[in-house]
Each structure stands twice: as C-alpha cells, then as structure tokens.
Design a protein around this ligand. Sequence first.
Ligand code: NAD
Ligand code: TDX
Length: 340
Amino acid sequence: MAEELFTPHNIIVTGGCGFIGSNFVHYVYNNHPDVHVTVLDALTYAGNLENIRGILGDRVEFVHGNICDAELLDKIVPGHDAIVHYAAESHNDNSIANPEPFLKTNVEGTFRLLEAARKYDVRYHHVSTDEVYGDLALDDPAKFTERTPYHPSSPYSSTKASSDLLVRAWHRTFGIRATISNCSNNYGPFQHVEKFIPRQITNILEGLRPKLYGNGENVRDWIHTDDHSTGVWTILTKGRLGETYLIGADGERNNITVLRDILTVMGKSPDAFDWVKDRPGHDRRYAIDSTKLRTELGWKPTHTDFQKGLEQTIKWYTDNRAWWEPAKAATEAKYKQQGQ
Ligand code: NAD
Ligand code: TDX
C-alpha cells in the first residue's frame, strides 16, 4: 500500500451539509481525530445543517457561504492545508429544467476555489462523477477507466466535466497540488429525496407509488457513500498530484431491479410502481473500473453487500421522517410538473 504523502490537519470541506459531503465530514470526525474540518456550505435546497449538527464543535466548524464568493474565500482559506471540494448542483433532472445554477456553482465555483488554492498554496481535492464519461451500451463489457474520453450528456455532467478540466489546467499551468476523483452513484443516509433511491423509499412511506423512468433498464453502478469517503481520504493523503482516480465498488444494477428490491423489502408487490416519462438524454449505463485506486493506493470498498446497505438505508428513512418530510411535497410537486 502507498505511504501517506500528505498529512492534513485543517481542511475545508465544501458542500459538507449535502449528502456525500456530510457523510465525509462524519467519516473524518470518527476516524481522524487530529483533523479539524471547516464546512463551507451555501445551504441551498440540498444542504441541511442537521446533517452535521451533532458533531459541530471544536473539531467541526460551519461557515455559511457561497464558493463563488472570492472575498469570503480570502477570509477563510488562509490557515487551512487542504480544500476537499464536494459542493455542487448535483441533480440531472434539475439541470434539464434550469441549467444556470449548474454553470454558476459547478464551473465558476470551482474556478474560485482553484484560484484560492493557488493564492494560498493549499492542497486541493476535486470530487467529481463518472457521468463525465457519458454512457456505455447495456451489452458492452467495457467499463470506464481514467483513460476513457470525456463525453458528458447532460447540463449537470457537462458542468462537472468542465470543472474537472479546469482542475487539470490549474495543476499543469500553475502547479496547484490537485487530485481528482470520479465516483459512481452513491447511496446511503442523508441523500435528498429528489434522488432515485430516497424518492422511491419515501414515496412508499407516504403511500405514493414509486416512479420509474423509461423502460427501467438503465444501469447504475451503486456504491455506499462510506466507501466513497474512504476513497476520497485515500486519494487526499496518498494520491499522486495531478492524477485522476476512479472510485467504484462493482455495484452494477438496473433501475427496475433496485426498485423491485425496495418494494419487496418494504412489503409491497414488486409491480406496485408507475412507469413515467423518460429523462431527456437519459444515460444508459455507468460502470467503473477502479483498478488504479485499488492497486496503486491500496483502497478497497467494504460495504459491498448492496442488499444489506439498501435495507439499512430503508431503515434510516423510516426512522428519520422529520429529516426528509419538509422537502418531500415540494420535490414531488416539481416532478409532477415535469410529468415524472
Ligand atoms: P448534494 O446536492 O446532496 O449536496 C450539495 C451541497 O453543496 C449542498 O449542501 C449545497 O447546499 C452545497 N452547495 C451547492 N451550491 C453551493 C455553493 N454555490 N456554495 C456552497 N455550497 C453549495 O450533492 P451530493 O450528491 O452530496 O454530491 C456531492 C458531490 O459529489 C458533487 O460534487 C457531485 O457532483 C459529486 N458526486 C455525486 C454522486 C452521487 O451519486 N450523488 C456521485 C459521484 C459524484
Ligand atoms: O424517480 C426517478 N425514477 C427513475 O427511474 C428518479 C429520480 C430517477 N430514476 C432513474 C434515473 C437514473 O437512471 O434512476 C437512475 C438514478 O437517478 P438519479 O438518482 O437522479 O441519479 P443519476 O442521474 O444517475 O446521477 C447520480 O449519480 C451520479 C447523482 O445524482 C449525480 O450527482 C452523480 O454525479
């Protein structure tokens, strides 16, 4: 296993009140007690301070602000030794309905952070997605690797691809100490009810029927968010500067299989769902080959029992209605308008 090349003490986590960012903050809090975390989050519709409230204190501090705010970055970045950048507009359907915030946050926001990392010589890790590679055919044995050409399909994935390219240019031209990770679909606690798995679970809990896009055959490569956290930590501390690493846990499943699993675990008929309008430009299949991260840096996922992870996630949403109920009605109203 590669030696730690970088020992962070005082990191900024952008988007640390969102789904994956807040799970990462919990991971650092629980596993790296010598590390102080400053969460920088604008608390958009997707951010929720409740996700980290229980660990706020000496080791986890919260700053309410926007990553596009250069003056704010000038105030908070000095004194930190790394930025781990999770903040984003993250939902494909929203990017189709209204792309502009995606350009602002994902492209301009990344630019501002890169400039701050350059000015204050701070290590920078960029959290990105496998969607930058576009999609694969359902019957193609191939998976994405770090060498797959960029070919994004949606406004969301094209802004994430743009941000990755900015990071590469800032590393090469200005020498900023940067790494990039591209991860597959995450699931677990604190995921917004707009996303596939939480939407279906909370629909069932509310007495609504789950909604499946298109023919349900689209494949996603599921990874538990805790495995994403260890992947990012491994790259932050051991990754080679300027490199990209793919994070994935060999979790390919089509949507209809996942939906039927959810229905079955929740005691419903596996056919008790509605077929709805497909997503425009809907990517068919994502699949990650994470050999580089595994062999070069010695990472491996540990939450690979998808059935068990799904059952735990269903239990989490069942036990935490107060967390998701405030967002549910507005989310479903938006989907209804879109015919989904
Ligand atoms: P999320 O939508 O749940 O959370 C995004 C967070 O960023 C929220 O807390 C929000 O308030 C904050 N934010 C948004 N705009 C901001 C701004 N301008 N300034 C400061 N904060 C802002 O997203 P997520 O699903 O947790 O995704 C986190 C990151 O991981 C994103 O960069 C996403 O592209 C990437 N990613 C997600 C997945 C997935 O399956 N969800 C997979 C691979 C990569
Ligand atoms: O109600 C639904 N019904 C449905 O069939 C929803 C919300 C989704 N779907 C389908 C669309 C996708 O094929 O389920 C699949 C997963 O959808 P999302 O949860 O919206 O995720 P996806 O578009 O795959 O993108 C996610 O993974 C990659 C994250 O939202 C991105 O931030 C990440 O980069």
